[in-house]
Design a protein around this ligand. Structure first.
Ligand code: CO
Length: 473
């Protein structure tokens, strides 16, 4: 272990992860005995390609980090997702498939050709964003309509499922919604005519709903209440024809058009019909938080920003700066009256939040939910990358922080205790990068008071990742 403090960028962002066979971790404190299962986190694991620099945090090759927790003991392993995109990047030292903000190098011939005829790139199967149980299978999810099946215990990759064959003109989200055994997802179809579509993930050929859109927005997720799907489209939009000619990487085909405002599409789940379309001031969001109906109103809590500058700030040339200032995302509540068609927005807490999670299984679509967990910038330490965890009560605006000097906690994952009475009665797991000790550990917090119950130290620093799942076993 290094003696001197390392930077967040070196340890948490810009290196290549080592794969690890299962190794027992030393635990300090006490992990509750009832906690039994596999905590798996997805995210970039290979950020340095010898023949081609990646440009953005969202470009890396996916690695899964697994923490098997049983009877207070923790076993850690790490494996890359064995997808085609990873295999070629590892073999060639450069991209063959198009990632979020970096494309494969084009030959001069191909560059010229792309001005004349549509030039679809190879869409990546690098499912680096999220993990979820879809039907009976455990899947790594990204933003192209391809899922990669894996084993939550061994992290072995089983294979790729292409939901829409040859679907280069389709994008989806890594944040499906669940109702019983059914998983729904949003698919954006680009073309002469473009559409936002909602699908049952396992029946991708049959859209539940299809809404025409002239210039589709970049969408990282969507909302769902008991009766409605919600597509909250900020004005970060693409001209579909430009996407078909693909002269620049995916996200760079999108421009921010604040004067167009944001459009919120409300789709009736039972019929698939567009129930209402609300227009509001421009905002940008990666993550929905919760949604429910209250009389005539549809209420949507969303983790939102005034503009899409957060995407610019996640470029590696920005994150490299230790004094980078990330825009503050906050929890906003939109109240949409389905009869009068009026919409009203309100910031519910001043706390910065990103990678928000709720007690989804018990409280999604439920107005009785009271807590959102996320990563944050501590109010006294606003420079640099996310440095704390926060629990926000969107009803009262009350915030509670976990902060430790030099530490960068990843997405917090709430797990209710066996007789849990509410959405703070349980524990929170998070993978924390400690830049002072140059190591990472799995943090176990008591969700009631945000006090540490235990930590288990990993064998090496873990790159800061995206989303996680806990699969009971
Ligand atoms: Co996400």
């Amino acid at each position: 272990m290094k003696e001197k403090p390392t930077t967040f960028f070196e340890a948490g962002m810009y290196h290549n992860q080592m794969e690890h066979a299962p190794v027992q971790l030393s635990v300090t404190g006490r992990i509750p005995d009832w906690l039994s299962g596999n905590f798996v986190r997805n995210g970039p694991g290979m950020m340095v390609l010898p023949e081609q620099p990646l440009k953005h945090w969202f470009d890396g090759m996916a690695a899964l980090h697994g923490f098997s927790i049983r009877q207070g003991k923790v076993e850690y392993s790490c494996r890359f997702l064995e997808c085609a995109s990873y295999a070629t990047a590892r073999a060639d030292g450069k991209l063959t498939y198009s990632e979020f903000a970096t494309d494969p190098c084009k030959s001069i011939f191909k560059k010229v050709q792309s001005y004349v005829i549509p030039s679809p790139p190879n869409m990546t199967d690098n499912a680096k964003v999220n993990v979820a149980k879809i039907g009976e299978r455990y899947m790594a999810l990204g933003e192209t309509p391809m899922m990669i099946e894996f084993d939550p215990k061994t992290l072995e990759t089983y294979g790729m499922q292409e939901l829409i064959p040859d679907g280069f003109a389709y994008k989806t989200t890594a944040h499906p919604h669940f109702e019983g055994d059914t998983a729904f997802n949003l698919v954006v179809k680009f073309g002469m005519f473009s559409f936002y579509r909602i699908h049952d993930v396992l029946q991708p050929k049959k859209a539940i709903s299809s809404v025409f859109v002239k210039n589709p927005a970049y969408l990282h997720g969507f909302g769902m209440s008991k009766k409605y799907f919600i597509i909250a489209a900020g004005p970060l939009t693409a001209v579909p024809l430009e996407l078909l000619f693909w002269k620049r990487p995916f996200i760079e085909n999108h421009t921010w058009n604040p004067r167009e405002g944001a459009k919120i599409y409300v789709i009736e789940k039972s019929t698939g019909k567009l129930k209402a379309k609300f227009e509001t001031e421009a905002f940008f969001s990666f993550h929905h938080v919760n949604a429910w109906e209250e009389g005539e109103e549809l209420v949507m809590d969303i983790n939102a920003y005034d503009d899409a500058n957060i995407i610019q700030k996640y470029y590696l040339k920005e994150l490299e700066r230790p004094d980078v200032e990330l825009p503050f995302g906050t929890i906003r509540r939109y109240r949409m009256n389905l009869r009068t068609r009026k919409v009203n927005a309100e910031i519910r807490s001043s706390a910065c939040i990103e990678l928000p999670r709720i007690d989804y299984e018990r409280y999604n679509t439920d107005a009785a939910y009271r807590h959102v967990y996320g990563v944050s910038l501590h109010p006294d330490h606003r420079q640099g990358f996310y440095n704390s965890l926060v629990r926000i009560n969107p009803e009262t605006g009350e915030n509670l922080y976990w902060y430790e000097n030099g530490c960068h906690p990843g997405e917090p994952y709430f797990i209710p205790s066996p007789d849990s009475k509410n959405d703070k009665d349980g524990i929170v797991l998070s993978i924390v990068l400690d830049t002072i000790r140059n190591c990472s550990f799995l943090l176990v917090l008591d969700a009631q008071n945000f006090q540490e119950l235990a930590r288990a130290e990993a064998p090496e620093p873990i790159i800061y990742g995206f989303h996680s799942g806990f699969f009971s076993a």
